[in-house]
Design a protein around this ligand. Sequence first.
Ligand SMILES: C[S@@+](CC[C@H](N)C(=O)[O-])C[C@H]1O[C@@H](n2cnc3c(N)ncnc32)[C@H](O)[C@@H]1O
Length: 267
Amino acid sequence: MQMASLDMPDWMSAVLHSVYDGLQARLERLGVSFEPKVSGDGKKEMRLLDYACGSGVITRELASSMTSVVGIDLSSANVDRYNADMAAVHTAGAAPRAYVGDLVSGDVDPSLQGPEFFNFDLIVVGLAFHHFYDAEHAAKALTDRLRPGGELVAIEFRRHHGSDQAHHLPHGHGHGHNHHHRQPAQGHADEDGHGTSSPSVYVRMEDVEPTIKTHDLTGDTVVSIFTGAGLKDCAWAEYDDTVKMHFGGGEQLVTPFVVRGRKPSSD
Ligand SMILES: C[S@@+](CC[C@H](N)C(=O)[O-])C[C@H]1O[C@@H](n2cnc3c(N)ncnc32)[C@H](O)[C@@H]1O
């Protein structure tokens, strides 16, 4: 992953590395296809929407398999940063470009209603579903932006609610662990859900925390949201390794997970 141009603290780049390195292979193991589709005029196309793109870490990771990439984010500072950095990032077609906007919170600005903002082959939402006021509406709004057969992907964190962590949470509700739902692709974690193969990464989250709307997303809840949006073949997998966050002065282990769902072809 190319992170050198990002002036983020070391801890944050370490987290992004652990979440996004090898993302394409991780998505392929979950059944997401990166095979370009052949359009009516014989051109091969693979169009990505990096939704809530931030400074573009996901775009950097996936761009080489795409013919075009669009980023959208609420934050104009992030969008400026994304566009300034993308000169060095190559797709098989046009350079990635980001736009300020919000597709998921109500009326959408007319500037985001042109054909270049629809019919994506793949939409990836990295670490942002928990920021959306209405995750169900967001999943539907993003599904509308997929081509039939296109895929929606969310990357999220599942919080662990161990006794040494939950009392630090602003919303200390526990859902327990979901080991019985685990799927073969997610590898092996120990009985506490703490990964066994690499050290955890430390993160401070106090600046980000006030913007978090949903604190208890899990693979199952996101699958249920995706299913409600009309997506099929929904599946999720957790990462092998945990990440250690700081919420409101307390530490908390979280496990990243990835969810995919396909828009039916017959829509
Ligand atoms: C934790 S950052 C993740 C950025 C990037 N996806 C990544 O993984 O590095 C969350 C991003 O979501 C954006 N965001 C939050 N709510 C949004 C919304 N309703 N529409 C678009 N972007 C949103 C924020 O501006 C921020 O850039």
